[in-house]
Write a protein that binds this ligand. Structure first.
Ligand SMILES: COc1cccc(COC(=O)c2cn[nH]c2)c1
Length: 247
């Protein structure tokens, strides 16, 4: 998968060279190119923002540098077109399902907005020649899109075949399609069996895989009901086998 990231803070993406994603890059699974938006400015001050039409606080990112940057990164006459992702508080919720969908893409371009946002004509213009998704990571506001892009790249990158050591662990993720969809994971334990007078639930030491699976689903349901009750309405009742009904 090829990733292009356009930002005024290229240094934010140094973390993509370490750990999981660094390994994926070195294995050739991820081909990441970071671009400084200011390369496409032509004034002495390399200006990327200006005051908002209609007044109001803050600054808006100018359309010209973005238009030229996206034309260079994703040439209109190129045989393939990428999918453009713009992290923004006003976007559609980013979900594990979207991460899985993006993991199947060949080429993603990320636009990192700052200030009050990017002149909206940039997205309108891009939509004429590529798929554009404005995505939100949650109901909060960051200073810019860079950290959000790191989150999305990690969520997508770990789903790429060969990136995670144990492919099975993806299937058991919270929100993973299938049995865990709309459920968050329950508690996990490892050695020692007793720690600060706290024991590991006997069922997990029983070797009874059916009982263990049921216990894990019950705990996932319990935690979902406690922390994310709104998810339970999405849960397909058919997924609740007879053992779950008593939760
Ligand atoms: C595109 O314009 C802007 C403007 C301001 C901040 C940002 C960065 O994104 C977020 O703050 C965000 C993403 N999901 N939840 C919050 C982008």
């Amino acid at each position: 998968m090829r990733l292009d990231i356009v930002t005024i803070f290229p240094d934010y993406f140094a973390p993509l060279d370490v750990s999981l994603l660094g390994k994926a890059r070195r294995a050739g699974l991820l081909d990441v190119h970071v671009h400084d938006l200011r390369e496409w400015t032509h004034d002495r001050h390399r200006t990327v923002d200006d005051t908002p039409y209609g007044g109001g606080p803050g600054m808006v990112m100018k359309p010209e540098p973005w238009g030229e940057a996206l034309d260079t990164v994703a040439p209109p006459d190129a045989p393939r077109t990428p999918r453009l992702l713009v992290p923004t508080p006003s976007g559609r919720p980013f979900t594990q399902a979207m991460a899985a969908e993006l993991a199947a893409e060949e080429w993603l371009v990320f636009a990192c907005g700052r200030y009050e946002g990017i002149d909206t004509r940039v997205v309108e213009d891009a939509r004429t020649r590529m798929r554009v998704d404005e995505v939100s990571l949650g109901d909060f506001v960051l200073a810019g899109g860079e950290v959000a892009v790191l989150v999305i790249v990690e969520a997508v990158g770990r789903l790429l075949p060969g990136v995670l050591g144990n492919a099975d662990s993806v299937a058991d993720d919270s929100f993973a399609p299938g049995a865990m969809e709309s459920l968050i994971e329950g508690p996990v334990y490892t050695k020692p069996p007793m720690w600060r007078e706290r024991a590991v639930p006997d069922v997990l030491l029983s070797g009874n895989h059916g009982a263990i699976a049921r216990w894990r689903r019950d705990e996932a349901l319990r935690r979902t009901a406690r922390n994310r009750p709104e998810l339970l309405v999405r849960l397909d009742p058919a997924l609740l086998d007879k053992h779950d009904r008593r939760v």
